[in-house]
Design a protein around this ligand. Structure first.
Ligand code: NAP
Ligand code: ZN
Length: 353
């Protein structure tokens, strides 16, 4: 075991603060990574504040962070695909059982014995739960370590590990291609990646935002149209017209307004995970045979496919890079939708703690 620096929350009401955490020494199949950048996902905020208490209560201290890019410093004897000095990335998962039907289908994110990157029981017993990327260093099983295409900007690449794969996977699953009309609801960290991917896949892309000041950005990011969702007239124009809508909103909102915008057999997939349950109108689904789904991140193979797609199309996240010392301020701004469009922590700032 070794000790490493991290930022942790001690309770649901305390700010994140400098601390020290244990990491296991790499086993034969592990990769040890020096973390260079870590994105700030809204899930980090939900989890730190225990907003998902019913589903996955937070264990404190909590070290969040699952959009990790760094450099390999050490590898176990059985590691084949990484060597010291290589770039490497880690997303939301660090282990699964590898034998269940979900793992066999390369959908490890749905494995009943999944280990998420933070706040999940640590199989190695280094600590009660896993600790995430707001840290100097992490040790991860090789099969859960991703390759970063070399030409991508590293700070902009980090958010691909969650915001990227969480939007890429459902767009691919629901066959978003040229000729389809796609809506993206909420232009945040996930939403702005959804727009970039939907555009790159050739779909006619419409952004729904509550923030009129994001209109120009939405067009620059690849949207064909932008609708300010608080404007009822603008909303009406799109009734019954979408093949697919991706809802990436982090807070309570009226999902029925979007379900009614689907065409026959259209699907709305929820990736946003608000704290409170939503009311869904039965008739909104019945009329038009609409469907409502959810989607969690993506499997490891698909995450690598997404990273390679980003390398090919030169896609990264639009980031505001901050030192770790500004993380609490960043959480406050995230709640006000005041970030264009993902905070990314420069982890070298942790060295001065
Ligand atoms: P984010 O950057 O904070 O973006 C959320 C966006 O939702 C905001 O930018 C805002 O967009 C919109 N919004 C916020 N409050 C709203 C309200 N009251 N009514 C309507 N719209 C509102 O968050 P994120 O990191 O993209 O994450 C979004 C959600 O996805 C979170 O709940 C997160 O936990 C979840 N998530 C799920 C998965 C998964 O696997 N399914 C993975 C990662 C994250 P506008 O300003 O454009 O309106
Ligand atoms: Zn995330």
């Amino acid at each position: 075991m070794y000790k490493t620096k991290a930022y942790a929350a001690g309770s649901k009401t305390s700010p994140l603060a400098s601390s020290t955490i244990p990491r296991r020494d790499p086993t034969d199949s592990d990769v040890q990574i020096e973390i260079l950048f870590c994105g700030i996902c809204h899930s980090d905020l939900h989890q730190v504040r225990d907003e998902w208490h019913e589903v996955m209560p937070t264990v404190y201290p909590c070290v969040p962070g699952h959009e990790i890019v760094g450099r390999v410093v050490k590898v176990g004897r059985a590691v084949k695909n990484f060597k010291p000095g290589d770039l490497a990335a880690v997303g939301c998962m660090v282990d699964s059982d590898g034998t269940c039907p979900e793992c066999e289908a390369k959908l490890e994110q749905y494995c009943p014995n999944l280990t998420l990157t933070y706040n999940f029981p640590d199989k190695h017993k280094t600590a009660p739960v896993t600790y995430g990327g707001y840290s100097d260093s992490i040790v991860v099983k090789e099969s859960f370590v991703l390759r970063v295409p070399p030409k991508l900007d590293l700070a902009g690449a980090a958010p691909l590990l969650c915001a990227g794969i969480t939007t890429y996977s459902p767009l691919r699953h629901w066959n978003v291609t040229k000729g389809k009309k796609v809506g993206v609801v909420g232009l945040g960290g996930l939403g702005h990646m959804g727009v970039k991917f939907s555009h790159a896949l050739g779909a006619h892309t419409v952004v729904f935002t509550t923030s009129p000041n994001k209109k120009e950005d939405a067009l620059r990011l690849g949207a064909n149209e932008v609708v300010v969702s608080r404007n009822a007239d603008e909303m009406k124009k799109h009734a019954g017209s979408f093949d697919f809508i991706l809802d990436a909103v982090s807070a309570e909102h009226d999902i029925n307004a979007y379900i009614s915008m689907l065409r026959r057999d259209g699907n709305l997939t929820l990736v946003g995970a608000p704290e409170k349950p939503m009311a869904v109108s039965a008739f909104g689904l019945i009329m038009g045979r609409h469907s409502l789904s959810g989607s969690a991140i993506g499997g490891i193979a698909e995450t690598q496919e997404m990273l390679d797609f980003c390398g090919k199309h030169n896609i990264t996240s639009d980031v505001e890079v901050i030192p770790i010392q500004k993380v609490n301020e960043a959480y406050g701004r995230l709640l006000k939708s005041d970030v264009k469009y993902r905070f990314c922590i420069d982890m070298t700032s942790l060295k001065s703690e």
